[in-house]
Write a protein that binds this ligand. Structure first.
Ligand SMILES: [Zn+2]
Length: 459
């Protein structure tokens, strides 16, 4: 009796000792990230020395060199580039658009931008009547004769009732991706898509759109949410209004680019890999600070924190700056293909691609047993640092390619309320990232990676 009680006491003491030493380590991650502010300074360099980094652009090439340089400065075990062929789409001249009120001989300009991947309009632009639909569902119920020769205006707004703005995005975004290919068979001449935004403002949001080979290609643009409101109001008053838009974008041949990779080798299980990362490419309208410079520098910061605090991981911690998430996902696909071919043993892959906002926890893509293990083992400790939200399902688009060879996929889950104020717009600049929120996210990632590395994923 006495001996089993002392074993119990010993066990309790050991586990609470482990909790308290882990708690001290996590606190150090936060203190160091917040006081040294290195991730924010890396983000400054990526945004201000380079700026926009769309796949195939000069900016993207320069970003590869810069991130490689930052990784070398960390004195980690290895740094290398992984070649990947990427699409090369260019926007061309600034787009123009206006609503024309024929009865009044009146023209009102509105902010638009071409959607990524779109073909250009003819040089003289497109001028046509407009038919408004709330989304793809409504279009499919329309009569082709109502659409033929017109511009389809997709005006499904974000559902404001969702607390998590990414859910509103997921609901509205099919009209952006599929709008042109769905409308073309009805005889539409172009599409105008309401920006994926929470607020009513003047910023058009770009983003990827798609075509299929079997359907004629028509140009697609995004209109600012304020422009969308105006167009909607105008159509209510006068069905005969016309819409004009002009774009000069172009798809060039695929070009060579790279994922940038750096790692700290594991001291005990070097063949077990924990991937961390974000995507290095960004849309071309601004600096890609929240999307996804933030994720790149936070992941670099994880390596730096391990080095600065002298923590030698048991497993290999591998950073990947993925290329081409925005308009192709080729970098993520390439990395996963390489990992499969080489039989690389991945135990976890955690990315950050939801903005540099205050972290809440992690969304996880895993089986029920592992989810239960993670929640049971680490939630209490993570909750102490207010990063214990582990219920959401999902992983980032780049690590998602590792499905099938990596049991635990995940993504840093920051507060989502302001992300779509910046996402894919001209406002996504370094000044619009808060340094403390960004660093908190980096420390959150370091904390989670530290626990996965130290304890593994159980039996
Ligand atoms: Zn992104």
């Amino acid at each position: 009796m006495k001996s089993s009680l002392s074993i119990l006491i010993l066990l309790f003491a050991t586990s609470s000792f482990a909790q308290s030493t882990d708690s001290i380590t996590l606190a150090h991650f936060f203190e160091t990230a917040l006081t040294e502010d290195k991730a924010y300074s890396d983000l400054h360099d990526i945004c201000k020395q380079i700026g926009p980094r769309l796949s195939g652009s000069d900016g993207a090439s320069k970003a590869v060199v810069l991130v490689q340089k930052i990784l070398h400065s960390l004195n980690i075990d290895s740094v290398w580039l992984q070649k990947v062929m990427v699409p090369h789409w260019v926007r061309g001249e600034k787009e123009a658009a206006s609503i024309y009120y024929p009865g009044f001989q009146l023209k009102q300009t509105v902010p638009i931008c071409a959607l990524g991947g779109s073909i250009a309009t003819p040089e003289t632009g497109i001028n046509a009547h407009v038919i408004e639909v709330k989304g793809l569902g409504q279009l499919q119920k329309m009569n082709p004769s109502d659409i033929k020769g017109k511009i389809v205006f997709y005006n499904e707004a974000f559902d404001q009732s969702y607390r998590e703005t990414f859910n509103a995005y997921s609901k509205a975004v099919p009209q952006r991706w599929g709008g042109a290919m769905e409308a073309a068979p009805y005889g539409a001449v172009g599409v105008v898509v309401r920006s994926m935004a929470q607020h009513i403002d003047e910023w058009p949001h770009t983003g990827a759109m798609g075509y299929t080979d079997s359907v004629v290609k028509i140009p697609a643009v995004a209109i600012s949410s304020k422009g969308a409101e105006l167009l909607n109001e105008s159509l209510k008053k006068e069905k005969d209004i016309e819409f004009f838009f002009k774009t000069s974008c172009q798809t060039r041949p695929d070009t060579t680019s790279y994922n940038v990779i750096g790692e700290i080798k594991g001291a005990e299980y070097p063949n077990e890999i924990i991937v961390i990362g974000g995507h290095l490419d960004s849309w071309d309208l601004a600096e890609g600070a929240q999307d996804d410079g933030a994720g790149v520098v936070q992941s670099i910061e994880v390596l730096r924190l391990f080095k600065t605090l002298g923590i030698k991981p048991k497993r290999t911690i591998r950073f990947v700056a993925f290329m081409n998430e925005e308009n192709g996902g080729r970098g993520g696909a390439k990395y996963a293909e390489w990992a499969k071919t080489n039989g690389e043993k991945h135990i976890a892959a955690i990315e950050s691609d939801a903005g540099g906002f205050t972290p809440r926890g992690f969304s996880l893509e895993t089986n029920d047993t592992l989810r239960a293990y993670v929640q049971k083992t680490w939630k209490t400790l993570l909750d102490k640092f207010e990063i214990g939200s582990l219920d959401d399902v999902g992983a980032g688009a780049d690590v998602d390619h590792l499905k099938g060879i990596c049991p635990l996929l995940g993504e840093l889950h920051p507060d989502s309320q302001r992300y779509f104020d910046f996402h894919h717009t001209g406002r996504d600049t370094w000044e619009n990232v808060n340094d403390r929120e960004l660093e908190m996210g980096a420390a959150a990632m370091a904390s989670f990676v530290y626990l996965i590395d130290k304890y593994g994923l159980g039996k």
